[in-house]
Design a protein around this ligand. Structure first.
Ligand code: EPU
Length: 334
């Protein structure tokens, strides 16, 4: 194990925030976990750093997960089970799948981050959530110094949520994930923008590749590339409100977009609420709200985590005041 001291985390978070970690190590061999566990420092796990806001120096040990490898665990006539190490870049797994015609994750193309984060926050986009393909998740359980494997059901997946964000928060280090992909894919083109993009690409019979390319086109046209402008994707979750509250809002704002969750609950795009509060394209110093997607907060260069945190608080406050809806941050804050 190569233990480094006073390392800048700027290259390790997509917001591009420059804070120092007291201790830092790369984990590329799971056998080192035992040794790391025995170190006295508080541990912080970092994957792709694409869903994190660093607000202050980290006093403790940052473990950067760089475990690599994709293997076929088993297959039958209809499916293939891919065992993927948690440090693999997620989009590389999507490319692996679409290049072999395997279905299930094509709608999740270009989501930044690594495999370990996919079950953690049940990544989702364009009508698909990764929980639909996760068979199991293996993790190192710090307290017991042992590996455990949880089935899909045990992961308690919800919207951008799982047991790893709740009961197992800071207790589990995800080391690998098994995805069940389909050799005979059924396509999900239910999301309006995907259907439109396929149409304008001239695709009439969809394929996993075509859908992935449509999603990549949409994402690159709307979402900032973290290599160019620091960001962590959606900063807030889309809130769920009651039908009653929704009907009341609709009397004032008849164009309010909505998606039914069940008989009683309705999901509202947080981006719409934030835009109506006047934040879209807002810029102060080196930080702001993306001009093409109001759900994305951005760092134009030397923004500080604390400044972004404050901006997110101001946004929460104004949405609460205008719509009486409490937004919830989606990113993890250190
Ligand atoms: N909208 C606005 N203003 C904006 C952007 C969007 O009013 O600036 C409204 C429009 O009415 C639009 C609706 O919001 O139709 C939905 O917008 P979009 O399709 O861009 O999706 P979203 O709800 O803002 C969610 C996910 C994204 C995911 C997209 C596509 C969350 C928190 N975010 O965003 O996920 O890519 O759907 O499925 O659920 C992420 O989690 O980091 C992420 C990018």
């Amino acid at each position: 194990m190569n233990l480094q001291q006073n390392v800048s985390l700027k290259p390790y978070n997509t917001f591009g925030i420059d804070v120092i970690a007291e201790y830092f190590t790369e984990l590329n061999d799971i056998n080192a976990l035992q040794e790391i566990t025995d170190l006295p420092h508080q541990k912080y796990i970092l994957g792709g750093g694409s869903n994190i806001l660093l607000t202050e120096p980290v006093s403790g040990l940052v473990v950067h997960n760089t475990l690599k490898g994709i293997t076929i665990e088993k297959e039958d006539a209809n499916n293939i089970w891919l065992n993927v190490q948690a440090g693999e870049v997620w989009h590389d797994v999507v490319l692996y799948a679409i290049n072999r015609g395997l279905g299930g994750i094509e709608n999740l193309a270009l989501i930044p981050g690594t495999v370990g984060a996919t079950p953690m926050q049940n990544i989702g986009a364009y009508g698909v959530e990764v929980k639909e393909t996760i068979e199991s998740v293996t993790f190192w359980y710090w307290k017991e110094k042992t590996f455990l494997t949880y089935s899909n059901r045990e992961c308690a997946f919800g919207y951008r949520d799982s047991i790893f964000k709740r009961q197992l928060k800071d207790k589990a280090f995800i080391t690998s994930v098994v995805y069940k992909l389909s050799k005979k894919p059924t396509y999900n083109t239910s999301y309006g923008a995907v259907a439109q993009e396929l149409e304008s690409m001239g695709v009439h019979a969809p394929s996993v590749k075509a859908i992935a390319y449509a999603v990549m086109n949409i994402r690159t046209s709307k979402l900032p590339d973290p290599k160019m402008i620091g960001n962590a994707g959606s900063f807030f979750k889309n809130p769920t409100i009651t039908k009653k509250q929704f009907e009341k809002l609709r009397t004032q704002y008849d164009s309010i977009p909505s998606y039914p969750v069940n008989e009683e609950l309705i999901k509202i795009p947080a981006a719409w609420l934030i835009e109506r509060c006047g934040w879209k394209g807002y810029k102060t110093g080196d930080i702001g709200v993306h001009a093409k997607q109001a759900l994305v907060l951005v760092n134009y260069g030397n923004g500080k985590g604390k400044e972004i945190w404050k901006l997110s608080g101001d946004i929460l406050k104004s949405v609460k005041e205008k719509f009486d809806i409490e937004l919830e941050r989606e990113v993890q804050v250190w």
